[in-house]
Design a protein around this ligand. Sequence first.
Ligand code: FE2
Ligand code: FE2
Length: 275
Amino acid sequence: MTLPAAPPPSVAAAIRGALLTADPLAKARATRAVARDWRLGRLAAEFDVAMPDRPARPAEPELLPPGRMPKRGRGQSERGRIALWHALAHIEFVAIDLALDMAGRFGAAMGRGFVSDFLAVAADEAMHFVVVARKLRALGSRYGALPAHDGLWESAAATRHDVAARLAVVPMVLEARGLDVTPATLERVRASGDSGGARILARILDDEIRHVRIGVKHFVAAADRCGEPPAELWKSLVSRHFRGSVKPPFNDSARESAGLSRDFYAAVAMPQRAG
Ligand SMILES: [Fe+2]
Ligand SMILES: [Fe+2]
C-alpha cells in the first residue's frame, strides 16, 4: 500500500533552515541542497515563515567593527597569505547568508525567477566558501582562526524592509566592489607563484560578474515598476542606506559586462555636496 505523498516543504522553510545552520561547511551543504531542491521542483513556492534577523554563525571568527581590524599587510609572507584567504573566506561565508536572505525575504513579492536567480547565487557562494576554506586549510590555517569584520551583514540589516534598497547596496555596491579589487589581488597571488590560488580567484571573479548582473537586472525591473529612472533611484537609495563610500578605482570593463554602467556610479563616487 502506498501512503499519500506528504506535501513538499516550502522554499521559505528550507531557506530559513540553511540560514539557521551555524557550522560553515554544513551551511554550505544545506544551501546547495536548497538550490538543487528548488531547481528540481521539490520545494513549494510558499513563503510561510519569516527569515531570521541574524543568521546563525559559528563561535569563531570573532567579529570586530571594520575600524578595529588588525592591518593585513601586503606581503606574501605566510601570515599575509593566510590573512588574505581568511578575509576572502569570511566574505564568501557572509555572501551565502546574503543571497539566501534575498531569496527568502523578498521572494514572495518578487516571484519565482527572482528566487531561482538568488538561490543559484547562494549555491555559487557556498561553492566559493568551500574552495577558499580548503585553500586556507592547505596553508595550515582554518576559517575562524583570525578575527573578521562585521560590516557586510550590517548592510543587509539596514535594507531589510526594501528590496530595491537591498539590491542597490548588496549586489550593486558590495559585490561590485569585489569586481574592482579582485583583479589586483589575483595578479599579486599569481606573481607570488600561486597558480592554484590565482585560478580560484579567476573563477570567483567570473561568478561575481554574473551576480552583479543578476542584481542589476532585478533592480532595474523594480525601478521600472515604480516608474523611477534606475540610476537616479540607485543613487538616492545608496546615499540613504550605505554608510561607506563608493570610491574609485573602478573596474569599468567588469562593471560594464555586469550591466552596471557609469551612469550609476560616476556621480555617487564624486558627490557634490551642495551647501
Ligand atoms: Fe562569492
Ligand atoms: Fe557573489
